[in-house]
Design a protein around this ligand. Sequence first.
Ligand code: NAP
Length: 247
Amino acid sequence: MRLEDRTCLVTGASKGIGRGIAEEIGEHGANVVVNYRSSEDAAYEVEELINEGPGTAMVAQADVSEFDEVGAMCEAVRDEFGAVDVLVNNAGITVDKKFENMTREDWDRVMDVNLGGVYNCTKHCFDDLREAHEGRLINISSVVGQQGNYGQSNYAATKSGLFGFTRTIALEMAYHGSTANCVAPGFVETDMLAEVPDRVRDQILERIPLDRFAQVEDIVGIVRFLASEESSYMTGQVLGVNGGMEW
Ligand code: NAP
């Protein structure tokens, strides 16, 4: 599963799952683009860590919900590393409220980042991915897109939306030998989960057969596999990594 000479852009790589993915593929020799929006120090820390190992990293600031910022980021990546071979659309946010209290602004913000950001990044990298030798689009969805979750109608809608998007892009890239897949993690110990009140965390835990939340390390291996040439014949799939939760 070596990734030498593969250029991999990971959105939201300053923290959490994105950071874990960036470090993992860096460990396997990739050129890694560490995208972030606001956590600059954390992003440079990830870059430094990767550069100490077999991989090569660059930091690229862009708010994925801003089309032109993403375009400028992709140009900077091409100047530094050349065309993008692997795009991991990981950046995501939550704005949780019961639907009766959810404003149009709450809805739009989550749509703009979680789906708009995926559009923007995929659009700006599409030609690269299609023309790459075995290009890879990997979208980070969620078990919440499969099950729904109380207080997360906006978030669940974005994460389900990724299934149809991924499946369609898989069809449109297949002729060129490139693939698109979704990873749908369960509940992972990151800042995102830390925002969930203890009472709700306990209720979630009761629904997880393996009886624990995921660690970032539980998620990154499957992304590395999808990024590699060993996943050549897998496309349009949703891979659940959720401790056995049903959907
Ligand atoms: P996290 O710890 O909150 O980290 C989010 C990352 O996304 C940060 O690096 C953040 O960068 C970046 N980000 C947020 N908005 C951005 C934007 N507009 N433009 C660019 N980067 C942006 O979240 P996480 O738990 O690792 O989640 C990562 C992905 O996994 C998300 O798509 C999430 O929906 C999905 N997921 C998470 C869980 C879970 O339980 N944690 C479960 C299933 C799926 P800055 O800090 O620099 O802004």
